[in-house]
Design a protein around this ligand. Structure first.
Ligand code: ATP
Ligand code: MG
Length: 273
């Protein structure tokens, strides 16, 4: 469990705080989306989850460990793995399996245990066949999956993805999302997904909407994507299927408010045709 209590953060030399009095609890096993307009504080928040940034005021604890206590930093970084936006900046060596081994090597894990972890991590992201590949030959989506495998090899409990799908094509995004969803559901890994894509947020258990450094809304995808006007006020769009659902409802088509994805909209519309 990760707990943020009254967290305020100010970058040095900046007049206003990038995070203002943020309270948030992330439960073990949860898949949570963080959305919000550009500059709303999503990345700043995510960097507080593994002690890359320390709160100016307030407290962050990861599994009960205070991020401000330097003795906890290593354990916290091991517990919470981060994947960032640019697939080309994530990989550190040229061969896929060496890249995945890099983290555990630095942790001093014994070689046979590293071998086991690397094989397992590659399997979990469906990249076993690419173990000996040159990393720079991979697609963006494959690189991101290798970046995730590199994290998995350190056996984290939490994965934080800061717009990790942003630079991928639709196919790469789908594959990465599938991988992350599977890790959450089958391996029980807690996932914090920062995204610009509202469709991705609909796949999560809970959605947090950031606005100007504060949490503006928090709830299930159904709750958050119900009020389209409110989202617009916060500088966000609703998922395409929700916009379509609202437009059709205005035309008198009866549709369930739980519809948020293209698939579920199609399912509801087909019988009406
Ligand atoms: N290194 C930095 N130094 C000073 N100010 C920063 C720094 N990084 C971010 N900021 C400021 O902090 C605020 C929050 O930025 P942050 O990157 O957390 O937002 P974000 O929601 O991740 O935005 P985006 O959607 O563009 O990724 C912004 O006003 C930004 O300009
Ligand atoms: Mg950001």
């Amino acid at each position: 469990m990760i707990q943020l209590e009254n967290v305020t953060f100010k970058y040095e030399g900046m007049a206003t705080a990038a995070l203002k009095n943020v309270n948030l609890t992330i439960q073990d096993g949860e898949m949570i989306a963080i959305v919000g307009h550009n500059g709303s504080g999503k990345s700043t928040l995510s960097k507080h989850l593994n002690a890359l940034l320390l709160p100016s005021e307030g407290t962050v604890t990861v599994n009960g460990m205070d991020v401000k206590d330097e003795r906890n930093t290593l354990a916290i970084r091991q517990h919470v793995g981060m994947v960032f936006q640019n697939p080309d900046n994530q990989l550190v060596t040229s061969v896929v399996e060496e890249d995945v081994a890099f983290g555990p090597e630095n942790l001093g894990v014994p070689p046979d245990e590293i071998r086991r972890r690397v094989d397992k991590a590659l399997e979990k992201v469906n990249m076993t066949a690419y173990a000996k590949y040159a990393a720079h030959h991979l697609s963006g989506g494959q690189k991101q999956r290798i970046a995730i495998a590199g994290m998995l090899a350190m056996q984290p409990q939490v994965l934080v993805l800061d717009e990790a799908t942003a630079m991928l094509d639709p196919q790469g995004r789908m594959e990465l999302l599938g991988t992350v969803k599977r890790l959450n559901e089958q391996s029980g890994i807690t996932v914090v997904m920062i995204t610009q894509y509202m469709e991705e947020a609909t796949l999560c258990d809970r959605v947090v909407v950031m606005h100007d450094g504060s949490i503006a809304l928090e709830g299930t995808p159904e709750e958050i994507f119900h009020d389209v006007d409110k989202l617009h006020q916060l500088g966000l769009d609703a998922p395409e299927a929700v916009n379509m659902r609202q437009a059709l409802k205005k035309l008198g088509v009866e549709l369930d408010d739980g519809i948020m994805t293209t698939d579920s909209l199609a399912e509801a519309l087909c019988p009406l045709l």
